[in-house]
Design a binder for this molecule. Structure first.
Ligand code: ADP
Ligand code: ZN
Length: 435
């Protein structure tokens, strides 16, 4: 088995790592000159490989945004002839044209390496049985984890999305030790385990979970860990950056190492686009420096996070990003207050009496913005225990008010009554007229 503790790269001294980044940036510029989109930009801005001397030179590049990908759909950002491209992934495209990301065979090999490195980092080995509950297809969580786990040599169970009872049968029959699931699905799976009278903590071999692809709070992670009796690691990825494998927690579970031999990371103020200091929240901007078919320069991810200052005790020198707070477009402005769904989740998850599914609805009532927070009860609470429900509602409302500075209406509902999505959870319904 090839070792995926890539010590030389993972613990590279910062000056050496930065030198490697500059080298790779130059190579990437050379490739991207062939792309119709970047070719023009580079000509205009006189960007050539030779003109890149240090990471400072990145500031000469304009930002790339999702709309650039849309308006050059499908192949306008390709840096290699199409005969070298072996796969594409495309986003759903609910608004306008979808986006497309192209990969050469080398790109796919590098991506598998990234994911294998992440999994190895938290203890997955070729003796593990890895089950993937992501959809296989355009969603990168499927094939991304599949090839990474195979590369590592684990026995893979490509169960794909849905059919929880079958997932559980596989977990039991095949002795699954590691699972990848989006957090909202992990909680659903825990419920089905309960319904089937199986205790995943005792009756399975599960020990590791990878949760990602959607924002979730530390509190939700802890719940998932308790429900399954596992360690759950935060996995960040996005299709534009291949998919999973971009940034991943190490065993310290304190921030996600972002693989800086693959991307250059900047955090900028989303309004002024100026860089912010380490520890300050801003929008993450990423440049691919190890991709052939479709490099992206200074791609605005819309994801809000910060660089965690200081070194990680694990010894890796690649910097850590904090848990994603949400996308800039997830921010709700209600009565002039800026709120992220994750702030609400954090409070709800602290109440043991509550389940894990919730829905935030905002609507205009008599010219006022009103927020309704509906949350499912856990199975320890009886829905006709009115006194308890009343007290609970009061306590939740109070804590939410402290966190988000306005008083929402809180409604406790029976388990299984709120909508459950097949893919990423939909947490907010904004019914206001101007939305
Ligand atoms: P889509 O844009 O259709 O959701 P992706 O699957 O590429 O498609 O989603 C990437 C986005 O998912 C990221 O930009 C981020 O907003 C979110 N995301 C991915 N991983 C995490 C994570 N670990 N924590 C929070 N959000 C995440
Ligand atoms: Zn670490």
């Amino acid at each position: 088995m090839k070792e995926y503790w890539q010590e030389e790269l993972e613990t590279m001294k910062r000056p050496d790592l930065e030198k490697l980044q500059v080298e790779r940036l130059k190579k990437t510029v050379e490739l991207a000159m062939n792309s119709p989109f970047y070719g023009n930009i580079f000509k205009e801005r006189k960007i050539t490989p030779e003109s890149i001397k240090s990471l400072e030179d990145l500031q000469r590049f304009p930002f790339t945004v999702k709309d650039d990908l849309r308006s050059h759909y499908p192949f306008g950002l390709s840096s290699v002839p199409l005969e070298k491209v072996v796969r594409l992934h495309s986003s759903s495209g609910t608004t306008g044209n979808p986006t497309v990301i192209l990969h050469t065979q080398k790109d796919l090999d590098e991506w598998a390496n990234q994911v294998a490195r992440c999994m190895y980092m938290v203890g997955v080995r070729n003796t593990d049985v890895f089950q993937n509950t992501s959809g296989y297809g355009m969603f990168t969580g499927g094939l991304g984890f599949q090839y990474g786990a195979e590369r590592l040599g684990a026995l893979t169970v490509p169960a794909a999305a849905g059919n929880s009872r079958r997932q559980i049968k596989f977990i039991m029959d095949f002795g699954t030790t590691a699972v990848h699931a989006i957090p909202s699905y992990a909680t659903r799976l825990a419920e089905v385990f309960m319904e089937m009278g199986i205790d995943p903590r005792k009756d399975t071999k599960l020990k590791t979970m990878f949760i990602g692809a959607e924002p979730h709070s530390e509190e939700q992670r802890k719940r998932i860990e308790q429900l399954f009796g596992v360690k759950a690691y935060n996995s960040f990825g996005m299709s534009e950056m291949n998919g999973p494998g971009v940034a991943f927690e190490c065993k310290e579970q304190n921030g996600l190492h972002i693989w800086e031999d693959y991307v250059i990371v900047e955090i900028v103020n989303p309004v002024t686009l100026e860089p912010v200091k380490d520890g300050e929240i801003g929008e993450m901007v990423l440049t691919t420096i190890n991709r052939e078919a479709m490099p992206l320069f200074r791609y605005r991810t819309r994801d809000l996070t910060c660089i965690i200052p200081g070194d990680c005790p694990c010894g890796r020198t690649h910097r850590r990003i904090a848990r994603i707070k949400g996308r800039s477009d997830d921010m709700m402005i209600v009565k002039g207050v800026n709120i992220f769904p994750i702030q609400i989740e954090k409070i709800l998850m602290n109440f043991k009496e509550l389940g894990m599914n919730y829905l935030i609805t905002i609507e205009t009532i008599e010219n006022n913005d009103e927020m309704l927070v509906e949350v499912e009860l856990g199975d320890t609470v009886r829905v006709d225990d009115y006194a308890l429900l009343q007290n609970l509602t009061k306590a939740i409302t109070h804590q939410l008010k402290d966190e988000i500075l306005l008083t929402p209406k809180v409604k406790l509902v029976e388990r299984g009554t709120l909508p459950q999505s097949d893919g990423k959870a939909v947490r907010v319904k904004d019914l206001r007229k101007n939305h």
